[in-house]
Design a protein around this ligand. Sequence first.
Ligand code: NAG
Ligand code: NAG
Ligand code: NAG
Ligand code: NAG
Length: 522
Amino acid sequence: MGVKPSSRGCFGWFVVAVILALVIGAIVYTIKKKTEKSEGPAPIPGPPGAIDKKYADALKIATQFFDIQKSGKLVDNKISWRGDSALKDGSEAKLDLSKGMYDAGDHMKFGLPMAFTATVLSWTILEYGDQMDVVNQLEPAQDSLKWITDYLINAHPEENVLYVQVGDPKTDHGCWDRPEVMKEKRPLTQVNASFPGTDVAAETAAAMASASLVFKANSAYSSTLLKHAKELFTFADKYRGLYSESIPEVATYYNSTGYGDELLWAASWLYHATGDKSYLQYATGQNGKLFAQWGSPTWFSWDNKLAGAQVLLSRLTFFGDKDTSNTGLQMYRKTAEAVMCGLIPDSPTATKSRTDGGLIWVSEWNALQHPIASAFLASLYSDYMLSSGTAKLSCNGDSYKPSDLRKFAKSQADYVLGKNPMKTSFLVGYGEKYPQYVHHRGASIPADATTGCKDGWTWLERKEPNPNEATGALLGGPFLNETFVDDRNNSMQAEPSTYNSAIIVGLLSGLVTTSSTVHSFT
Ligand SMILES: *[C@@H]1O[C@H](CO)[C@@H](O)[C@H](O)[C@H]1NC(C)=O
Ligand SMILES: *[C@@H]1O[C@H](CO)[C@@H](O)[C@H](O)[C@H]1NC(C)=O
Ligand SMILES: *[C@@H]1O[C@H](CO)[C@@H](O)[C@H](O)[C@H]1NC(C)=O
Ligand SMILES: *[C@@H]1O[C@H](CO)[C@@H](O)[C@H](O)[C@H]1NC(C)=O
C-alpha cells in the first residue's frame, strides 16, 4: 500500500466525505511513506522531492490536450473553441457511444489506440499519482481517463461483442470540419465471435483492469470495470484473431501486427487488479513462451505492448514475493533489463536507432512515439530500482545506476521540449517556439466559422497559423535528419495523437519530482 490515487480525488458525490478521505488518505500516506523510507535498504528520495518546474509546467500543458479531444456532451468545458459533438454516436445500435476521444486531428474513434491511451493513463496514475497531485494534475488525468472508460463500458454491450470503431475513416478523412458541426454518417464497427479481434479486446481488457485500480474508491464503478475486463479477456483469448484480419479496412490506420502481446499485457493487468494467480500463470507459462519474445528487446507502442508487459511484470520481482521459482517471471525481468540496456546511450548493447542529437528514432510517421514511450519505461524502471534499493543494472558486464536511466528519460523529454537542433518544442503551448500549423481540424477552423464537410478544406489550405491553439498537442516530430516542416498538411510530422499524449503525460509525471514508487497497486 502507499500511493492510492483512487483514495484521493475520487468521483464521489459527497464533498465532505471526499475531503475527509483526502485528509485521512494524506495522513495514512505520509505515515506509510515514512515507514517505507526507514525500512528501505537504500536511500529513497522524496516524496515530495523538489519540483522540477520545467517538467511541472510541461505536464500542466500536456494534460490539456485530452480536453480538446473529448467527444460527447462536455462537462466543465475549459476549451473556448470546443463544444458538444457526436451526441448520437452509437445510436444505430441503441448505445451511447458519445463519449470517448477523437484519435488525432480527425474525428475518428479508433478502439485500439483509444484503449491503449486509457491503459497508459491508468498506469501513470497508479505509479505517479502522488507526483501528479503535487502539481494538481491528478484529478484532470482521472477525469480524462474516466471519459474514455465510460465509453469503453458502453462499447461492450455483450460478452462477445465489442465496438471498436465509430465513424468511417474514408468518409471522415474526406471532410475538413469542426467536430461540433460534422454531419457525416458515423457507422459502428464491432468484433464478435465470428469476426474476432483478440488484440483490441485484450487491450480494452487491460485498460479496464488498470482503470479498476485507479477508481478503487468508487467501488461500484471499479467492479463494473473489472467485470468487463474479465469478460473481454476471456472473449479475446477464446476467439483468437487479428482485428485487422476480421475487418481489413482498419489495417490502413491502426494495423495490428500481433495479438500475443495484448494477451500477455491484459493478463498482467488482470493479475495486478485481482491478485488471481491464474492470470500470472497465463502470462508466465505457456503463453509467455509462445508470445513474450523473452530475451529480445522490442519498442513499446500502441501496436506492441511486450516491453510494457515486461516492465509491469518485472515490478513483481522488485516488490512482490520475489518468487524466484517462477522462471517465466524472471524471463520478463531479464527482458526488461535488455530493453533498458538498449536505451542507455553508452551501454554495450545500446540501440543505434537514434538521431545525431540523441533522440530515439524508429519511424518516420509519428516519430516521437518511440522515444517518449521508451523514456516513460526507463523512468519507471529507474524508480523501481530506487524504491527497491536495487543499485545496479548490468549490461553485458558494464553496470549502470538508476540515475543513468533517469538521465536517458530526461534527455528524451528535454529534446521534445526544445533542446534539439531545430530549437523547437514539439509540445504545443510549451516553450518559446512551438509549431503553429498543427494538423488538427478543430484547431484550424474558427469556432464561429460555418463550414460543411467540403468547404472546410479552405481552412487546411490557408497560409495563416491555426486560429485556435491545440494546447498540449504533442506532434509527430522530426525526421531522422532532425528537420521538421511546420505545415498543416504535413500529417506525418505535424499531427498530434491522443495516445502520444498519454505517454508524454506519463513521462512528465515521472520527471516532475522524485519519489519512491508504490510496492503494490492494491
Ligand atoms: C460481427 O462482426 C462483423 C465484423 O465487424 C460484422 O460484419 C457482423 O455483422 C457481426 N455479426 C453480427 C451478428 O452482428
Ligand atoms: C498489417 O500487419 C500484418 C501482420 O504484420 C501484415 O501482414 C500486413 O501487411 C499489414 N497490413 C498493412 C496494410 O500494413
Ligand atoms: C531530411 O529528411 C527528409 C525525409 O527523409 C527529406 O525529405 C529532407 O529533404 C531531408 N532534409 C535535409 C536537409 O536533408
Ligand atoms: C495535402 O496532402 C495530401 C496527401 O499528402 C495531398 O493529397 C493533398 O493534395 C495536399 N493538399 C494540399 C492543399 O496541399
